[in-house]
Design a protein around this ligand. Structure first.
Ligand SMILES: O=S(=O)(CCO)c1ccc(-c2ccc(C3CCCC3)c([C@@H]3C[C@@H]3c3ccccn3)c2)cc1
Length: 240
């Protein structure tokens, strides 16, 4: 089949992001600080500035009972659910459907005073990853979102400041088979979620304001999103 022009970039960025997401926080270089912890959820960030703008890389690890990596990635990737869990989202448009696992989005996010309103254009790709090491282990699933250009929606043409982001959601399903050989239920599955993101705010915004926003919004986002998936799937057959 004829390749879409974005395909080589999608494949390269997905492989690069998954490799980094698999690395433990200790292997990701120095300077990571634990900035939020809530039960199984641990959030780390590294303070980094580019041209005086805060671009703090974020890495969160969470383990959620009762859901699988395939289910988590479906609810993160599929646009029809996004308004249900993405609280800072003001508007979302699907600019292009490249394939059933690759789409291009335009999103405007709610203005965060005193910064001006932001928008973002990104491709989003969902993929099942071969479970290299242990053959019979459950697969891993990922969604990678990466900023891209859109000739119909040039950066900073309207009221919004264009932000640039790379996000990787990497999910590993864990199955704990019941001792008595009864069929597997949601009590026997859990999902290890690694969420990595780098958001360049695009234009100046006070570092103190951005860091306060990140500190407040990221834990809220991951808790709300995972609770949403648990609630959506609880009475449904398990999707491995
Ligand atoms: O994982 S995703 O791909 C899910 C698809 O929606 C994604 C996540 C986050 C963003 C995002 C966009 C703008 C902003 C800010 C930057 C300056 C002013 C607005 C923020 C700030 C960090 C806060 C934030 C953190 C987490 C969730 C939502 N809000 C985040 C966009 C996409």
């Amino acid at each position: 089949a004829v390749q879409h022009p974005l395909w080589p970039e999608v494949d390269r960025v997905v492989k690069q992001q998954v490799t980094m997401a698999k690395m433990g926080i200790g292997e990701c270089g120095t300077g990571w600080q634990l900035f939020a912890e809530d039960g199984e959820m641990k959030m780390y960030r590294r303070e980094e500035e580019v041209d005086g703008m805060v671009v703090d890389p974020l890495k969160a690890v969470h383990v959620v009972k009762g859901i699988t990596g395939h289910e988590v990635c479906n609810y993160f990737f599929n646009p029809k659910y996004r308004y249900d869990w993405e609280t800072t989202l003001e508007h979302m448009t699907v600019l292009e459907t490249i394939s059933d696992d690759t789409m291009v989005f335009l999103q405007t996010h709610k203005r965060i005073w005193p910064a001006s309103q932001r928008d973002v254009v990104f491709w989003s790709h969902m993929r099942k990853l071969p479970n290299g090491q242990d053959r019979d282990g459950p697969d891993m699933w990922t969604v990678v979102n990466n900023s891209t250009e859109s000739s119909e929606h040039p950066a900073n043409a309207g009221k919004c400041v264009r932000i640039y982001l790379t996000v990787c959601l990497l999910c590993q399903t864990r199955v704990h088979p019941p001792k008595d050989g009864t069929p597997i239920s949601r009590d026997n599955v859990s999902c290890k979620i690694t969420y990595c993101s780098v958001v360049n705010p695009g234009g100046w915004a006070p570092a103190s304001v951005l860091r306060a926003v990140y500190k407040r919004e990221y834990p809220k986002f991951l808790k709300r999103f995972t609770a949403y998936v648990v609630n959506q799937t609880k009475n449904q057959p398990i999707l491995f």
